[in-house]
Design a protein around this ligand. Structure first.
Ligand code: RIB
Ligand code: CA
Length: 331
């Protein structure tokens, strides 16, 4: 019997790779998802909340879903429907069914505050969308920072961005929120594009998910949509589509999948071309004289093959689970 080793809240903007992160966590008994909190990002918070509800309902996950921030802290932006589709979770075939459950009562920020306050040092925040909800938690209750075990997040990069040359989407969408999180003193483990562009979902992985459940296979269809969108933007010659958000969960399950190193990091919020950049100080220094505050544990390397195996196994688990649930309902 595997005991729970990680109690987490997944703060997300589902989002295809957000769904993969939720399913990877749900498939692993060492992880207990205490709550899913939705935020505006890949789509409106109405859509990201609804997508989170569709995920927990379709896969039979007993996890409360809370609705969070409707817009970033300071600025307004249009949702990038070109990546995840108008719903935020479009499919190349079978769609997730409409949600049957309802959103949990209360705001996502209040839910995070309540869970962390009641479980000091126990809860890891896994943040795989813009950091608006987490920044609001820290603004409302700065005294909670020492009670948050760690913030494991997908965002930023120690190299190039994906929305601009400098900025990755989750950080760019609310750089002011991210700057607050980087300065809060909570242990940070960062999975940026510098490493998530190594952790690919390849065509063979999607095929393995499809082969595992012949016939209707909405998990394979949804993954196919995500990969197809990436290939349309990046080129069909690419060996696979970066699966960003599940990196956070994969690391919790098996830290040996990644190399993490501590660095000083900050988020740029100037209104120039560097807006939303995560500026990570990678310069080597003699430890005897290094006075920098190393506030970020940066993932600098990954094992792509073992990552793909772990994620593909979880997607197969999910595809089989929904197939079984569909058969049970039909019988
Ligand atoms: O840049 C990748 C990130 O932006 C991922 O979290 C993806 O879901 C989108 O939110
Ligand atoms: Ca996301």
């Amino acid at each position: 019997m595997t005991t729970t080793t990680h109690r987490i809240i997944i703060d997300c903007d589902p989002g295809h790779d957000d769904m993969a992160a939720i399913l990877l966590a749900a498939a692993n008994p060492a992880i207990k998802i205490e709550a899913i909190t939705a935020v505006c990002g890949n789509a409106s918070v109405d859509n990201t909340t609804n997508n989170a509800l569709r995920i927990v309902d379709t896969f039979g996950l007993d996890i409360p879903v809370y609705r969070g921030a409707t817009q970033p802290l300071l600025h307004r932006y249009e949702f990038p429907a070109q990546f995840h589709g108008p719903t935020g979770l479009d499919s190349a075939g079978a769609e997730l069914p409409a949600a049957t459950s309802t959103v949990a009562e209360g705001h996502a920020v209040d839910a995070i505050i309540r869970l962390v306050d009641a479980n000091p040092g126990e809860i890891s925040l896994v943040v795989v969308g813009p950091m608006t909800n987490v920044a609001l938690v820290l603004a409302l209750r700065p005294d909670l920072a020492p009670k948050i075990k760690q913030i494991v997040f997908m965002g930023g990069s120690s190299g190039e961005g994906n929305v601009t040359p400098a900025a990755e989407f989750n950080i760019w969408a609310d750089a002011e929120a991210a700057r607050m999180v980087f300065k809060a003193g909570v242990p940070l483990v960062m999975f940026g594009l510098n490493v998530t562009h190594q952790t690919l979902l390849r065509r063979a992985d999607v095929a393995a998910v499809r082969d595992a459940v012949p016939g209707d296979n909405m998990v394979a269809d949804i993954l196919e949509y995500y990969c197809g969108t990436y290939y349309r933007f990046a080129g069909a010659d690419k060996p696979g589509a970066p699966l960003h958000d599940p990196c956070c969960i994969a690391w919790l399950i098996d830290p040996s999948l990644f190399e993490i190193s501590a660095h000083a990091g900050e988020v740029i919020v100037d209104n120039g071309g560097a807006y939303g950049q995560t500026l990570i100080d990678l310069r080597p220094q003699d430890p005897a004289h290094d006075q920098r505050e190393k506030n970020v544990g940066l993932a600098v390397a990954a094992d792509p093959e073992r990552f793909a195996t772990l994620v593909t196994q979880a997607m197969i688990w999910a595809a089989e689970r929904v197939s079984t649930r569909t058969q049970d309902v039909a019988s």
